[in-house]
Design a protein around this ligand. Structure first.
Ligand code: MOS
Length: 762
């Protein structure tokens, strides 16, 4: 722990943001939590929402990329003459003519960066991974660019590349660390305590590489006007992308504008990759606007995915189920040009009480594309291992797996000693068990059979931290005709950001939703918050709260002595019926229209920043889930069908029942993919991804997904803005383990290697 962390941990509650609960927690107008439909839905269904690959620009050129087929070495030669002479071609760019760029820090080492790897390519003849771009073609049409690209035949001089995980591990492992945080915890001598524990499990669980498959392909449409660069992007990192491009091209940050009003899914994959740099570089060389849309294969070649993992989980317990020792050590892959040690122990840190703990992430370096964030990085695969092991222990103890979990609930966060801001693990298990009908379960595996189908049920817990990002800021405007606009540099990837912030703004102001507009998706708007870590809502939510507070202060001062509000301090008033009212006496009310017209103002605009997110160093703040699942396994073919799934969640206050349900369901579906399908086929001999398409990389389709039930406690976290936790990633955590545990209950077979495919069951 750093000095700052220690000081914040010990500070009085009232000194820390969240020490005074957000007044919004107590508002009950009916708007917060309501299933408000997405405000961006009408444009989308009418085909009016313009995505990054659809922005029309005069004189635009289309780009195609050539990807390396070796993992390491140099580009020995590349004859570009035929391609350059092909119809419609405006430019062939290689390392010989590409503009020089500044190398970028990755986002895991610099808070302002959006870069997910640190190498600008086409700067020299070096090849760093199989799939790295080595040339770019610009032409008048996409077809002409693709055709000309087919005329490029690079000749490589390969060198030895470390592409086998075994070789990488043998070369040495380093303890994972990110932003100064070491992924290593030790309390007492866990190995020694394990050795003397009366009951134990000690197993290795593995998960394969995964690739990103957002529905919308990565795309940029870029235009230079003098030294000003505008990028129409599909990103979850607006302001950070602007900073990164400015850094790479040696510009002032204000010279770069990134626009991204609509994004078709991000999941951690929509940051800054090589295509941003290449498109902007090519547009500069050609002196014309450029569109670069990655093909689906292109996404596999240059957008990183999730690392493979090998995780040892060992639990030593007493006969009554109380944990004595808990060990969770995971090995992961990283590249020389990024720093993303999949933090798979994060969920374990705050999950169970044990006398001795040993947790660690160990990274090996391989020559491949940079791995990156992918929905619930760490927890998604970490909880698979941990929660499978807990189920194995329950079976060994012949104990109900829910009771075993509840018996090991900690009363404070085991690794940090911080108090929990809100902990409802027992409640979500009990409520979920009742809804699911858990008591009807047969604890002995392989007992339920209907025809060819073996049926089993399983449970697991999921956890995800409540994060809040620094850099939150917002702008609020109220007008004399009683309308309001909230502006923030937020990223709407389809999850409901715009809607929820419009809802919260309307609630704070006492206006109906129809009178509140939200502006977002533009790096020139206030705030520097990326949509990651399930933290966007709370990060901009805290900024909107601060902005609203400032607005109320200015309005009460504008109201002056001739107002029913005269003499009241800003803390005594709140938004009500299109104006301000005394909190405990709503008859003392004046409308925004009246205040502004008396002051001779048409409108009032204020801007403010959120306080730094110190609360997450003062309390242990987490979302939790209890995942219940029923599977059917065909005794003849081994086919696995998830037949029922229920997620019981504790995520603080839910702001919008409709968008939150969709987030939970979407993440659970991704969890089904993690458990049963997703697997990057990586050829360890040459570092090539072999299944770079949706026909060979399987994700769940509708037929694979049963009706998903979700439920939640809706208890506000008194220390979180709006009382709310993020809901984007919690749903994937725990899901894979619940499915694996149900497969065990159905068949008696314990599969410790994802995905659980039928061959592993036969
Ligand atoms: Mo999320 S993997 O932090 O977009």
């Amino acid at each position: 722990m750093s000095v700052v962390q220690k000081a914040v941990a010990l500070a009085p509650d009232a000194w820390v943001p969240g020490g005074h609960p957000d007044p919004l927690i107590h508002h009950r107008s009916g708007l917060i939590g309501a299933p408000v439909p997405r405000i961006d839905a009408p444009q989308k269904v009418a085909g009016q929402a313009r995505f990054a690959a659809e922005v029309p620009l005069d004189g635009m050129l289309y780009a195609a990329l050539v990807y390396s087929t070796i993992a390491k070495g140099r580009l020995a030669s590349l004859d570009t003459s035929a391609a350059a002479a092909a119809p419609g071609v405006a430019l062939v760019m290689t390392h010989r003519n590409a503009p020089r760029l500044q190398p970028l820090p990755t986002f895991t080492s610099n808070m302002r960066s959006a870069a997910q790897d640190s190498i600008p390519v086409l700067q020299d003849d070096r090849i760093h991974w199989n799939g790295q771009p080595v040339a770019l073609v610009l032409a008048e049409t996409q077809e002409q660019a693709d055709y000309a690209k087919s005329m490029l035949h690079p000749v490589y001089e390969p060198e030895h590349a470390v592409t086998r995980f075994a070789e990488a591990k043998a070369a040495g492992l380093e303890t994972g660390a990110m932003m100064g945080m070491q992924f290593k915890d030790e309390i007492n001598d866990a190995e020694k305590v394990l050795a003397t524990s009366p009951v134990k499990v000690d197993e290795v669980y593995s998960t394969p590489r995964h690739n990103h498959n957002a529905l919308e392909l990565h795309a940029v449409t870029v235009i230079w006007e003098d030294d000003n660069l505008t990028v129409h992007d599909a990103t979850q990192k607006l302001a950070h992308t602007a900073w990164s491009l400015a850094h790479a091209f040696g510009l002032d940050e204000k010279q770069v504008r990134v626009l991204s009003p609509y994004v078709g899914g991000g999941f951690g994959g929509k940051g800054l990759w090589q295509h941003h740099l290449l498109a902007a570089a090519a547009a500069r060389l050609a002196g014309r606007p450029v569109r670069l849309v990655l093909t689906r294969e292109g996404v596999y070649r240059i957008v990183g995915g999730r690392t493979l993992t090998e995780q040892r989980v060992a639990i030593g317990a007493r006969p009554d189920g109380k944990f004595e020792a808990l060990i969770h050590i995971g090995k992961v892959a990283m590249t020389p040009h990024n720093n993303m040690p999949e933090p798979l122990i994060m969920g374990t840190r705050g999950r169970y009480a044990a006398r001795a703990l040993r947790l660690e992430v160990q990274a090996a370096r391989v020559d491949m594309m940079a791995n990156t964030f992918m929905r619930a990085p760490g927890e998604a695969v970490g909880t698979f291992a941990l929660e499978s092991a807990v189920d194995e222990l329950a079976a060994r103890l012949d104990m109900d797996p829910i009771e075993l979990r509840l018996r090991n609930e900690p009363d404070k966060e085991p690794t940090s000693g911080l108090p929990f801001s809100l902990r409802e693990v027992e409640k979500i298990f009990r409520d979920g068990a009742e809804r699911f009908g858990w008591s009807r379960r047969n604890q002995t595996p392989g007992q339920r059979r209907e025809g060819e189908w073996l049926i089993g049920t399983g449970v697991a817990s999921g956890t995800y931290p409540h994060n809040r990002m620094p850099g939150g800021a917002a702008r609020l405007t109220v007008t004399r005709d009683g309308h309001a606009t909230v502006e923030f540099a937020g990223q709407e990837m389809g999850m409901g950001t715009a809607t929820v912030h419009a809802q919260v703004t309307a609630e704070r102001l006492g206006l109906p939703m129809t009178r509140v507009a939200a502006k977002y998706g533009d790096s020139l708007l206030p705030g520097r918050v990326m949509a990651v870590g399930s933290a966007q809502t709370t990060s901009f939510g805290a900024a909107i709260a601060a902005t609203h507070k400032k607005l109320v202060k200015e309005l009460t001062s504008l109201a002056g002595n001739d107002s029913p509000l005269a003499g009241l301090s800003p803390d005594e008033v709140g938004g009500l019926n299109a104006g301000l009212a005394k909190l405990d006496d709503p008859t003392r009310h004046e409308s925004y229209a009246s205040i502004l017209s008396r002051a001779g103002r048409m409108e009032l605009t204020v801007e403010a920043e959120a306080p730094p997110p110190l609360e997450t160093m003062h309390w242990s703040m987490h979302s939790h889930s209890a995942m219940f699942c029923e599977v059917k396994v065909n005794a003849v073919t081994g086919e696995i069908r998830v037949s029922r799934i229920l997620g019981s969640f504790a995520c603080g206050r839910i702001l919008n029942a409709r968008t939150a349900s969709s987030q939970f369901r979407g993440a659970i579906i991704m969890g089904i993919g993690l458990a049963l399908m997703e697997e990057t086929q990586f050829d360890e001999r040459n570092g090539r991804i072999m299944n770079a398409s949706l026909s060979e990389y399987h994700v769940p389709v509708h037929m694979d997904v049963p009706e998903i039930e979700v439920m939640w406690t809706d208890t506000p976290d008194p220390h979180a803005p709006m009382g709310a936790h993020g809901v984007g990633e919690i749903g994937i955590t725990g899901t894979a383990a619940a499915i694996a545990n149900a497969v065990f209950n159905a068949t008696g077979k314990r599969i410790r290697d994802l995905p659980i495919t039928l061959d592993k069951l036969l």
